[in-house]
Design a protein around this ligand. Structure first.
Ligand code: SF4
Length: 349
């Protein structure tokens, strides 16, 4: 897994099981992996959690990050357990020598460190200078945190800064991107419940990603972490940065709609998820001929609804019109046969 240097934006999430219950944590990690999560972060609040890390590490190949606060020994334990990265906030680890212990251990084992600062842990002198935890104050705080890393010439670093509101988060990440050459992790801490969090993350992370800022993202949601991964890919797909599996678009429906667009779109999504891995195709479910044929031309597959029936399009070409209750099955048949044809071409090559 490469972060930064032009690599695709990596999607990460964080487990919310008790880490000392390594079986439950591992189960969640596997669900995350199946959803396409590329980096999984695990909280390590105490020694019991640290003791479970090697059990987890042994049983999964996904890149793992240990989230550490306050106690540098927990970071050392995570690195010794084979975790790929530790996430620390040097501001709460304490003395310089403790941070340096972590850096040396990471250097010795070839691991990475995420240096994360947040608005609650900016040094008092920096706060006095800026009046509050402004984006400039956070970046100055980050600069100070990086001193021991630079003294030890340790470069396997990812940077992050957390603030309490969206505009500050955007301004801070822009400053970081301008000031440092290290890759940057993007995420909003106070994201919220699923819909609220998805919208807030889309606004803040989307703004930055559209400017080319951000090398790895986490969409924080107060929800099942698997949903974080789904939202992250939707966000990246919306910006044309990455797409995992099919992208389903549906018209918002209106007074002209004469088929159950929402029901059809949900069924199309469900039928594709039961087909196994599908490439990054675009599937449109449209309610009528106003926007349907236009959207169908842009999509790989499309349904364009009419009164109790709908037209099926493949690569913009109208292939047939069928009653509403057969639309999903017919579309699924077209998708499955194109996937088979694609697999055959790959095999022949
Ligand atoms: Fe309405 Fe047709 Fe547009 Fe759907 S595609 S929102 S039904 S006009």
């Amino acid at each position: 897994m490469t972060i930064g240097g032009g690599a695709p934006v990596a999607v990460q999430s964080m487990t919310n099981t008790r880490t000392d219950d390594w079986r439950a944590t591992l189960r969640q990690i596997r669900r995350l992996e199946r959803a396409g999560c590329e980096i999984v972060r695990v909280a390590v609040p105490d020694e019991n959690a640290a003791a479970a890390l090697s059990q987890i590490r042994r049983r999964t190949a996904v890149p793992l990050v240990a989230d550490i606060h306050f106690d540098y020994r927990l970071a050392l334990a995570a690195l010794a357990a084979g975790f790929d990265k530790v996430r620390i906030n040097p501001g709460n680890i304490g003395a310089d020598w403790k941070v340096k212990e972590i850096i040396r251990a990471a250097a010795d084992t070839g691991k990475a460190i995420r240096v994360g600062v947040n608005s609650g842990s900016v040094e008092k002198s920096v706060l006095r200078k800026h009046g509050r935890a402004t984006p400039e104050a956070l970046v100055e705080s980050l600069e100070r945190c990086l001193e021991p890393f630079e003294q030890l010439r340790f470069k396997a670093i990812v940077l992050s800064a957390k603030t309490t509101n969206g505009p500050d988060a955007i301004a801070t990440s822009r400053l970081i991107a301008r000031r440092f050459r290290y890759p940057q992790h993007l995420g909003l801490t106070e994201a919220g419940l699923e819909l609220d969090g998805a919208v807030r993350s889309a606004a803040v992370l989307g703004t930055l990603l559209a400017e080319g800022i951000g090398d790895t993202i986490r969409v924080s949601l107060a929800a099942d972490p698997v949903r974080e991964v789904a939202v992250a890919y939707e966000l990246l797909a919306a910006l044309g940065l990455r797409q995992r599996g099919p992208l389903v678009i549906a018209c918002p429906t209106c007074g002209r709609t004469q088929v159950d667009v929402v029901g059809l779109a949900k069924k199309v999504k469900a039928s594709m998820s039961s087909m196994g891995p599908i490439g990054p195709i675009r599937v449109a479910v449209m309610g009528c001929v106003v926007n349907g044929p236009g959207e169908a031309r842009e999509a790989d597959f499309a349904i364009c609804g009419g009164k109790g029936r709908g037209a099926i399009y493949v690569k913009g070409r109208h292939v047939r019109t069928v009653p509403e209750d057969r639309l999903v099955d017919e579309l699924a048949r077209e998708i499955a046969s194109s996937q088979k044809a694609r697999a055959k071409v790959h095999k022949t090559k």
